[in-house]
Design a protein around this ligand. Structure first.
Ligand code: F7E
Length: 326
């Protein structure tokens, strides 16, 4: 039985990946900083918590990382850990850098020291590209425009160097935005869906947003974890862009979400300048042709499916108490 270690298992991607790997017959080790106190609400929601081997691991601590790898001896490690909010990275640049880039370096070093044939997947980000008026592909030059993007770009180049220098099987998935009901509320899609559902139930009236003219390529997170796994099953480790290839403005997203609930967004959305970022990406466009061709992977869900699924889940969840997953 293959063994996989997922660092950052409690997040959206970690939880969906754990479910996917269990379905593939893996023995899955799920790591989070403090497995004793984490509620693992996403794992409970997917009903897989008891099928995982949950462990405490802080990848910013090299000794802890090396010890854990030597003990588990995983075949594959998926690094999905680290501070993932672009907005928060402006307030916490050090924590962001440490958790994203030092964490990644520790994993690379620990794999090298262990002398085991462990494969490593690193969660990269389309944020590294900056604005992409011409859809980004794997040869597009990075122009990071936030502390988060800089940390992700650093991790990308660390991995690239280790792959070349030590012949490691290591790859980075450069993922564009990907959403689901497991997205935390501080990301814009979940914030909009939650607010629109509450407004439709007369529990709230307004929604404050920042720049709604931005454009993004939004995909469906469960589709994307499949792509992570496919990258780890190839003859050669390579980096891939994972995206739908279709971009939409945030205004389009809001319009579809509110229309689905028979609401007029103009009556409820207010713009709050405080929610703007010091620097933000206006346009995110992707060309996922390499993943489509070499991994035989294509995004199955488009924007309408994503919104529909998130609304459906939100409406069902709003009738459940938060403790029903505990
Ligand atoms: C690929 C990348 O994808 C994600 O990063 P993100 O794109 O920053 O995601 P978000 O949902 O926070 O913002 C999307 C856009 O929406 C704008 N926006 C307007 N008004 C609000 C607002 O009220 N809240 C938020 N959060 N955003 C707003 C905001 O300014 C930005 O332009 C992470 O998974 C990250 O880890 C990652 O790697």
């Amino acid at each position: 039985m293959k063994k996989a270690l997922i660092c950052g298992v409690s997040g959206q991607d970690g939880s969906y990946l754990a479910k996917f790997l269990l379905e593939q017959g893996y023995r899955v080790y799920g790591a989070s900083r403090d497995a004793q106190t984490s509620s693992f609400i996403n794992l409970r929601k997917l009903d897989i918590k008891d099928e995982l081997n949950l462990i405490s691991l802080n990848i910013t601590d090299f000794g802890n990382t090396l010890e854990c790898i030597n003990k588990i001896k995983p075949d594959e490690i998926y690094n999905l850990a680290g501070q993932s909010s672009v907005r928060l990275s402006f307030e916490q640049p050090h924590e962001t850098h440490e958790s994203v880039s030092t964490g990644n370096l520790n994993l690379l070093e620990a794999i090298r020291f262990s002398n085991l044939p462990i494969k490593l997947y690193n969660a990269g980000s389309s944020e590294c590209f900056g604005d992409t008026i011409i859809p980004a592909d794997e040869s597009t030059i990075f122009h990071p425009r936030s502390p988060y993007a800089i940390a992700k770009a650093t991790a990308f180049w660390q991995l690239d160097n280790y792959r070349e220098a030590y012949n490691l099987y290591a790859c980075t998935g450069i993922l564009f935005n990907h959403e689901s009901p497991l997205r935390p509320d501080h990301f814009v899609t979940k914030k909009i869906i939650t607010a629109a559902c509450r407004i439709s139930q007369n529990k709230s009236r307004n929604l404050s947003l920042g720049n709604i003219n931005i454009e993004r390529d939004w995909g469906w997170a469960p589709d994307y974890v499949e792509a992570m796994w496919l990258m780890m099953q190839q003859d050669q480790p390579k980096d891939y862009i994972i995206a739908t290839g279709q971009s939409h403005t945030l205004k389009e997203f809001i319009t579809i979400a509110f229309n689905t609930l028979n609401l007029h967004w103009e009556e409820h959305v207010e713009i709050d300048e405080v929610l703007r970022r010091p620097t933000d990406l206006q346009i995110g466009r992707a060309n996922p042709a390499k993943a489509n061709e070499e991994l035989n992977w294509k995004a199955k869900f488009g924007l309408n499916d994503i919104i529909e699924n998130m609304i459906e889940d939100e409406l069902v969840s709003s009738f459940k108490s938060p403790t029903s997953y505990l």
